[in-house]
Ligand binder design. Structure first.
Ligand SMILES: [Mg+2]
Length: 210
């Protein structure tokens, strides 16, 4: 098997977890639904929850916020314009020296990438706050194809841009069906990570542990 050369990370929920930031993202979407449908905030919240539940039942997995908003007629561009204007990661996130040390060590031997449903503006901002913006070779955000994960066509585009055999990739994410299922189906190695401590397993997987 060819050695791993490229590690593709999800961002939100994988390199950090923060409930307050998540709440701000959700309430921005609720606001947008309220404005675009002429609903009260409470009614918009209920509609989003119902729509999420319906999608979860029909697909047998928790839908992404992007997909749920799409189902409610919100364009991805409008959703991300609202995120850029209203979501303030600097209110909630702080420098993570452990994450920084981990990713700096990895980036010495591997090319690290982000593949995220977030937009470039917020992804850059979040990476900078965490102290890891210099660790990444490339960022694939919603602007790359306009289609949120999971999406096979976008995944293929990401893989061909990075280039290299499938065995040279490792995908790391917090949601299996969003981040890992499609790459795994192609035979790519994957790893679930939901906190910085989980990321330590990468060193084990790569045989870097003493
Ligand atoms: Mg995630």
């Amino acid at each position: 098997m060819a050695p791993i050369r490229n590690i593709v990370f999800d961002l939100d929920g994988t390199l950090y977890r923060n409930d307050e930031l998540q709440r701000e993202i959700t309430s921005t979407a609720e606001n947008l639904i309220a404005v675009s449908r002429g609903l009260s905030l409470a009614a918009a919240r209920k509609l989003l929850q119902q729509s999420r539940r319906r999608l979860a039942e029909s697909r047998d997995e928790e839908p992404t916020l992007s997909l749920t908003c799409l189902e409610l007629g919100i364009a991805i561009d409008d959703l991300h314009d609202a995120f850029r204007q209203n979501v303030r990661p600097e209110r909630y996130l702080v420098h993570d020296p452990v994450l920084q040390a981990l990713l700096e060590a990895l980036s010495a031997s591997y090319d690290l990438y982000i593949y995220s449903n977030n937009n470039l503006f917020l992804a850059r901002k979040i990476l900078k706050i965490l102290g890891v913006d210099a660790c990444f070779f490339g960022l694939y955000t919603i602007e790359f194809s306009g289609v949120p994960k999971p999406d096979e066509e976008t995944l293929q585009k990401v893989l061909s841009e990075i280039s290299g055999p499938l065995e040279s990739f490792l995908f790391v994410g917090d949601r299996v069906h969003v981040d890992l299922q499609l790459p795994a189906r192609l035979g790519i190695r994957t790893m679930v990570a939901r906190e910085t401590a989980d990321l330590l397993q990468i060193f084990q997987l790569l045989g870097l542990m003493p």
